[in-house]
Design a protein around this ligand. Structure first.
Ligand code: JFH
Length: 241
């Protein structure tokens, strides 16, 4: 899979693409990330990419010309073009999995107070947000998207079967995990995990996942796949208050 990234801060991608999972995937040739400096498409001696907003207001807006020219040069006809934006549709595990089936995705990182809206129209781009908080630009969101998508590409993660059972796969949060020592500062690993009884371990983990989801993200229980018995268990927690 290949990502083409357009940014005015190409340096922001250097270290993150060198280390860990992404670094190894790129090294192995399973993943390609090509980062382009938007200034290469900026006109004139000042290579200015921004301008004042029509209608007034604080800050500057990214002008359409250079961004559109850049995307038209790097994108092929059916590529998905994604603008990282605070006002986009949410980046979810489902969207990440969908993007992992593409062979080429173009990511546009804005800066300033955002982009001229005609960029979206002309490029037929999708706006994607990594969360409901305001960052200073699209570079970190682009890295987040690249990492979330890349680990789903076959051959990128060492352990393929850890993918199916991870958080959100069944609509629940993860169960708690432990490793050695069995007693850390008096905090003991639950006996069931040391029992060697696989059925009991699976049942305990499932109940813990339910409990955590109930505590931290109760709205997820509306769409999670639960058995009738699990629904009743959750109901009993609700009634207790
Ligand atoms: C980005 C920025 C917009 C103005 C709330 C009301 C008014 C600052 C490009 C993504 C996520 C981003 C993100 C992505 C790209 C850019 C900064 C934009 C406004 C803010 C102020 C510029 C931010 N998930 N968070 N932030 N900015 N808005």
């Amino acid at each position: 899979m290949r990502f083409d990234v357009l940014t005015i801060f190409p340096e922001a991608f250097e270290s993150p693409l060198k280390v860990s999972l992404l670094g190894r995937a790129i090294e192995a040739g399973v993943l390609q990330v090509v980062v382009h400096d938007l200034r290469n498409w900026a006109p004139g001696p000042h290579r200015k990419l921004d301008d004042a907003p029509f209608g007034g207001g604080a800050g500057m807006v990214m002008a359409p010309g250079p961004v559109v020219d850049a995307v038209e040069e790097v994108a092929r006809p059916n590529d998905r073009v994604i603008l990282l934006a605070a006002s986009g549709k949410p980046l979810t595990q489902t969207l990440a999995a969908e993007l992992a089936t593409e062979d080429h995705v173009v990511l546009v990182c804005g800066r300033y107070e955002g982009m001229d809206d005609r960029i979206r129209q002309v490029l037929q781009a999708e706006d994607v947000s990594i969360g409901e908080y305001v960052l200073a630009g699209g570079e970190i969101p682009a890295l987040v998207l690249i990492e979330a998508v890349s680990r789903l590409i076959p051959g990128v993660m060492g352990n393929a079967d850890s993918l199916g059972e991870e958080s959100f796969a069944d609509g629940l949060l993860e169960y708690p995990q432990y490793t050695r020592p069995a007693d850390y500062r008096g905090l003991k690993v639950p006996d069931v995990l040391i029992s060697g009884h696989h059925g009991m371990v699976a049942a305990w983990r499932r109940e813990q996942a339910l409990r955590r989801t109930f505590e931290h993200r109760p709205e997820l229980l509306k769409t999670a796949r639960l058995t009738d018995a699990e629904r009743e268990l959750v109901q009993s927690w609700t009634e207790r208050g």
